[in-house]
Design a protein around this ligand. Structure first.
Ligand code: MN
Length: 490
C-alpha cells in the first residue's frame, strides 16, 4: 500500500527576485526530492510539484492534491521569502495531511560568497517564519520538522511523519466488518459509530454470523489443503488433531472471502455469537492479522480498526503489531510486569520465535476446543494504544512500554503471551492509564511510535494522551481536566 502513495513537495517563493532565482529554486527543489528519495529513509515517494508564486498556483496545487487519490499529503518549504497571504485560499481548502519542512539548501553560511544575491536566494530562515505564521493563524493540524535536509535523522523524521499521514489516508477509507454485536454489558467496547465515521472515516457495519457459516460450508477441501500448507510452512504443528486445525483454515478462508468481497481491512467477532460454528476462530484470526487485517475480540470494532491502522502505518517494518489485552500483573517489587494475552487472538507478527499450533479447550463460548498459535512476544521498546469514546469526542491513549522475555515459562498457559514493563513504572503507569480511561484491549506495536500516533491524532482532530517515562498521575490528571475544558469549547 505504501507504494500506492506519494507526497508532494511544494516550495514557496515569489516573482520579486527574477526568473533566474526561480529557475535555481526549481532545480534545487527537484534535486532535494531526488536525494531524499534515494536516501532510503522515506517510505513513500516525494514528488517535487511546484514553486509557488501566486495565490492561484497554491489553490491549483491544493485542489489537485485533494482529488488525487495517490497524493497522501503535501510538504512545503520556503527557499526564499514567500508572502503567505497568497497561501490562504489554498490552505483553507486543504484536505490532505500537511508537513512544514523548515530547512535550507546550503548547510553552512559561505564566508566569501555571501552577498545580497545569496541572501535573496537563501532566506528560508526568513520565509519559513512567514509561512509558519500563516499556518498557525489558520490553526492547521500540521507537522513542523526543522533541520538540514541531507541529515539522516531529519530524513527519518519526515519518513516517520509520512507513515502517520498514511494512517490518516488508510483511516479515511477503512471498512470494518462486525460478526455479531459487542459482548453483552461491556462499556468500553461501545462507541458512537456515526461520530467515528465523521471524525475518522471508518465504515463500521455488521454481517450475520449465518452468512459466515454459509460461506464456511462452501469452502473446498482444496482451498483448505493450500492454507494448511501455508500453516505448516510458517508454524510448528504441535498437535495431532489435524481436523481441528483444518476447521480453523475453513473459518479463515471464509472470513477472508467476506472481508475481501466488501473491501474490509478489519473485523470483530464475539464468543457470545458463534451460532452454527464449532470453534471460536483462533488461529484463523491470528493468521488474518499476520496478513494485515485488524482484529478486535468481543465485538471491539474500535480496537480492530486501530490494529489495522497501525499495521498499515508500519507496513514493511518487522517489529510487529498485535491486538492485545492486559491480563494480569506480577507485583513482585523486584520484577514488576504486566502480562498481556487474549483468550486466543494475538498476532504472530510479535513472536520471538516460530509459533506453535496447539489445540486446547476454551472455557468460554460453549464450543469445541479451538486451534490457536502459542508463542512468546519478543523483547524491545513498544507502545500500547487505546481509543475510547468519551461521549462527544474520541480520546487516544498511548503508553510507552518495554517488552521483556517473559520471566516465567508458564507451561500451562495455552495462549500467546507478551510481558512488559509499563512506563514510568507498573504502579504509576496503571494509575495514569486508569485515570485516562484506557481500555483493557489495546494495540501493541514495536514499530509505530508515540510521536507518530500523536501526529495521527492531531490530523484526525481527536484528543491525545501520552503516558511516558516522565508521566506522573498528577500531571496526567491535570492534562485530562484541561483537555475536558478545551474539548468542550472546541
Ligand atoms: Mn478481550
Amino acid at each position: 500500500m505504501l507504494k500506492d502513495y506519494e507526497f508532494w513537495f511544494v516550495v514557496g517563493s515569489q516573482f520579486l527576485y527574477g526568473p533566474q532565482v526561480l529557475d535555481t529554486v526549481a532545480q534545487r527543489a527537484q534535486e532535494m526530492a531526488d536525494r531524499l528519495n534515494e536516501s532510503g529513509n522515506l517510505p513513500c515517494k516525494l514528488v517535487y510539484k511546484a514553486t509557488i508564486k501566486t495565490n492561484k498556483e497554491v489553490t491549483d496545487v491544493v485542489r489537485e492534491a485533494n482529488y488525487d487519490s495517490h497524493c497522501a499529503g503535501i510538504i512545503t518549504w520556503c527557499h526564499t521569502f514567500s508572502p503567505s497571504k497568497m497561501w490562504i485560499n489554498g490552505f483553507v481548502d486543504l484536505q490532505k495531511p500537511y508537513c512544514h519542512f523548515a530547512t535550507q539548501y546550503n548547510r553552512s553560511i559561505p564566508n566569501e560568497e555571501i552577498d545580497m544575491d545569496f541572501m535573496n536566494l537563501n532566506q528560508a530562515a526568513h520565509g519559513d517564519r512567514e509561512h509558519g505564521f500563516l499556518a498557525a493563524r489558520l490553526r492547521m493540524p500540521r507537522k513542523v520538522i526543522a533541520g538540514y535536509w541531507q541529515d539522516e535523522d531529519v530524513q527519518k523524521r519526515i519518513g516517520s511523519w509520512m507513515r502517520s499521514a498514511i494512517g490518516v489516508m488508510f483511516s479515511r477509507s477503512l471498512k470494518v466488518m462486525r460478526f455479531g454485536d459487542n459482548m453483552r454489558e461491556v462499556a468500553v467496547t461501545e462507541g458512537d459509530k456515526v461520530e467515528t465515521q465523521i471524525k475518522l472515516g471508518w465504515q463500521v457495519n455488521t454481517w450475520p454470523v449465518g452468512k459466515l457459516v454459509e460461506t464456511m460450508d462452501a469452502v473446498t477441501d482444496a482451498e483448505i489443503d493450500a492454507l494448511m500448507d501455508t500453516y505448516k510452512a510458517e508454524y510448528d504443528m504441535a498437535t495431532d488433531d489435524i481436523e481441528t486445525v483444518r476447521y480453523q483454515a475453513r473459518e479463515e478462508i471464509a472470513m477472508k472471502k467476506m472481508l475481501d468481497a466488501e473491501g474490509c481491512m478489519a473485523f470483530s467477532n464475539t464468543f457470545q455469537d458463534l451460532y452454527g460454528m464449532k470453534q471460536l476462530p483462533g488461529l484463523a484470526s491470528q493468521h488474518l492479522m499476520a496478513q494485515g487485517y485488524g482484529y478486535g475480540g468481543e465485538g471491539d470494532w474500535k480496537v480492530a480498526a486501530m490494529t489495522a491502522i497501525l499495521k498499515a502505518m508500519s507496513e514493511g517494518q518487522n517489529g510487529g503489531t498485535a491486538f492485545m489485552e492486559d491480563y494480569t500483573y506480577n507485583l513482585d517489587p523486584n520484577a514488576e510486569y504486566s502480562l498481556g494475552a487474549h483468550m486466543l487472538e494475538v498476532c504472530p507478527s510479535v513472536a520471538a520465535a516460530r509459533p506453535r499450533i496447539e489445540v486446547h479447550p476454551l472455557g468460554i463460548g460453549d464450543r469445541e476446543a479451538p486451534a490457536r498459535l502459542v508463542f512468546e512476544g519478543h523483547e524491545g521498546p513498544a507502545i500500547v494504544v487505546s481509543l475510547i469514546d468519551m461521549g462527544g469526542r474520541m480520546r487516544l491513549i498511548v503508553q510507552d512500554i518495554e517488552a521483556v522475555k517473559p520471566i516465567l515459562p508458564m507451561p500451562n498457559l495455552p495462549v500467546a503471551r507478551v510481558m512488559w514493563k509499563a512506563m514510568p513504572d507498573l504502579v504509576t503507569g496503571v494509575e495514569c492509564w486508569i485515570a485516562a480511561g484506557g481500555a483493557h484491549h489495546t494495540v501493541l506495536s514495536y514499530d509505530v511510535t508515540a510521536e507518530q500516533m500523536k501526529d495521527w491524532a492531531k490530523m484526525m482532530d481527536i484528543e491525545f494522551v501520552h503516558i511516558s517515562k516522565d508521566s506522573t498521575p498528577e500531571g496526567i490528571e491535570e492534562q485530562l481536566f484541561l483537555n475536558d475544558l478545551a474539548w468542550k469549547l472546541k
